[in-house]
Design a protein around this ligand. Sequence first.
Ligand SMILES: [Mg+2]
Length: 98
Amino acid sequence: MIDLKKLQLEVFQNKLDKWFNTTNIDMEFNLLNWELAEAFEAYHKDTWNVWEELADVAIFLLWLSEMLWVNLEEEVVKKIEINKNRKYKKSWKWHVKV
Ligand SMILES: [Mg+2]
């Protein structure tokens, strides 16, 4: 099993080592969004680097989580449990949370 918190700390240390942004949260949200757009573009251009772009998305998410003092692993585990227990009903167009 992956130790996501360990990865979070490892990638953040790399960020510190490279003198990347560690304080501007708004900028980090925008960069994360940018990386997701790059992955989307790679997917639609049928290029092989969609895997690399998805990895960038994960790394930026881990960075942002560390900047916000969020243990992403704990939050993901909690949210998976919440989602498992959610009930939905089908409407004519999409699923609606009940
Ligand atoms: Mg990228």
